[in-house]
Design a protein around this ligand. Structure first.
Ligand SMILES: *Cc1c(COP(=O)(O)O)cnc(C)c1O
Length: 459
């Protein structure tokens, strides 16, 4: 009996269309508000920071949007990504469950972020953008966009959270090798950065602050520079849908269908990427699948946040959107999963979670690294600390299936490899890693720290 482990598609199977959940979501989209007026944004507000093709995708309700040939050509460098049955992990757990993972770590920069980076760079290029500004936490997004900007011959300016800039220099070197200019954030190049530095000269920075700086530089550039975001927004989730579209075909090759689809959530893009095509099958074709979004206890926006309008960034320059949020001034503790330290969650994912179509769970740091190590020992891949949240949840599902003596088909997204996170693994191996739960004070009265929006217009 041959036991197939790896389910590979050919170049021809790279999706030709992005799937847009807005066409099938049972929840009405909520408006995006201008951070100054707190009223729905006008096209020229968004136009100052995003190119037109991206704005069109952001508000589109078309079910399928064609992937440009130029973008598909570049996807061929790493797509389709493999779907792998984690047979050795199943054995180690002694579970009757079947565990599958979609491996996005095979992209050149090592995570799913290249999927949207290439698309965003392309749409900027055809709109005449000369340079892109962005933020990055640990550097996954910055390095993906660095590659994409080089491919399309555009300049890139990256505001990198200071603590990562200092402590995780290798991804910075990667970005710089791709030709990007990288600044530690808060920087003194922007009003937002200078305001923070005045109060707190040694600020470690945060994703919210870095977003403020990148948005400001685009907004004051007279259209020369545009801003690009690696998660949260509708168009990013749209681009990531190719993960789930491929996975549907691959599960079919395996002659199985997932009972549960799992992904880690920072801003929500890799989870939505794998989940939304399966959610379409549930909504339109009556398939029964559970969806589980996994977040860190240090930034538990879904499980502990409020569902309300909040700024996308700390300095209140970015649009206000309705999402699960911990408050735009929330400072997450320094967990090693840098990509999951964001105060909010994608509005589309938030709405579906609020409607009960998606479940959420929050995990602690140590249980996540324990799972990551078991995964490396059995499957050979060293996972990114972010992705390891999904691994832990998949293992917990498999153990639950074992206890209940049921066959369960589990699919999770392995969003990236952990080759740039070796100092985190070193700390774990030496027993120096701790659990960080956020101080309870920061999780109460969140609503009192949110902007007052013009309710008549947003109801
Ligand atoms: C950025 C990142 C995440 C978190 O971002 P999402 O938008 O929630 O997917 C997860 N995993 C990896 C490897 C990342 O780089």
């Amino acid at each position: 009996m041959t036991e197939q482990t790896r389910f590979s598609l050919s170049e021809n199977d790279i999706p030709r269309f992005y799937y847009n959940i807005a066409a099938d979501s049972p929840v009405e989209p909520t408006p995006v508000l201008n951070p100054q007026t707190k009223e729905p944004v006008t096209p020229d507000f968004l136009g100052a920071i995003f190119p037109m093709p991206i704005i069109e995708q952001e508000i589109s309700t078309e079910r399928y949007i064609e992937i440009p040939e130029e973008v598909r050509e570049i996807y061929k460098l790493w797509r389709p990504t493999p779907l792998i049955r984690a047979r050795r992990l199943e054995k180690a757990l002694g579970t009757p469950a079947h565990i599958y993972f979609k491996y996005e770590g095979v992209s050149p920069s090592g995570s799913h972020k290249s999927n949207t980076a290439v698309a965003q760079a392309y749409y900027n290029k055809i709109a005449g953008t000369k340079a892109i500004t962005t933020e990055t936490g640990a550097g996954q997004w910055g390095s993906a966009l660095g590659m994409a900007c080089k491919f399309f011959d555009m300049d890139l300016e990256v505001y990198m959270v200071k603590v990562s800039y200092d402590q995780k220099p290798y991804r910075r070197y990667l970005m710089e090798t791709f030709g990007a200019e990288v600044f530690a954030s808060p920087s003194n190049r922007t009003h937002a950065g200078r305001a923070i530095l005045e109060n707190e000269p040694n600020s470690p920075g945060s994703l919210g602050i870095a977003i403020s700086e990148a948005v400001e530089m685009a907004a004051i550039s007279n259209g020369v520079k545009k801003y690009s975001l690696g998660s949260v927004l509708n168009h990013v989730l749209l681009h990531q849908s190719i993960i789930g579209e491929e996975a549907i075909k691959q599960m079919d090759m395996a002659d199985e269908y997932p009972d549960v689809v799992i992904g880690c959530v920072g801003g929500g893009s890799n989870f939505s990427g794998i989940a939304f095509p399966f959610l379409r099958e549930k909504i339109r074709n009556g398939r029964s699948t559970r969806f589980l979004a996994v977040e860190p206890k240090a930034a538990p926006s879904l499980t502990r946040g409020v569902y309300d309008f909040d700024y996308g960034d700390t300095a209140q320059m970015a649009p206000i959107v309705k999402m699960y949020t911990l408050g735009h001034d929330f400072m997450p503790s320094a967990i090693h999963a840098g990509g999951l330290r964001y105060h909010g969650m994608a509005p589309q994912l938030s709405a579906l979670y609020n409607a009960g179509l998606i479940e959420g769970v929050a995990l602690d740091q140590l249980e996540v690294f324990e799972a990551a190590t078991l995964f490396a020992h059995t499957e050979g891949i060293l996972p990114a600390p972010e992705s390891s949240h999904a691994i832990r949840a998949a293992i917990d599902e498999a153990i639950d299936a074992k206890n209940k003596e049921e066959k369960r088909v589990i699919l999770f997204n392995l969003s990236g490899h952990g080759h740039f996170d070796l100092s985190s693994y070193n700390a774990y191996n030496k027993g120096e890693l701790r659990d960080y739960s956020y101080p309870e004070e920061a999780l109460v009265n969140i609503s009192t720290r949110l902007p007052e929006v013009k309710m008549g217009l947003t109801a």
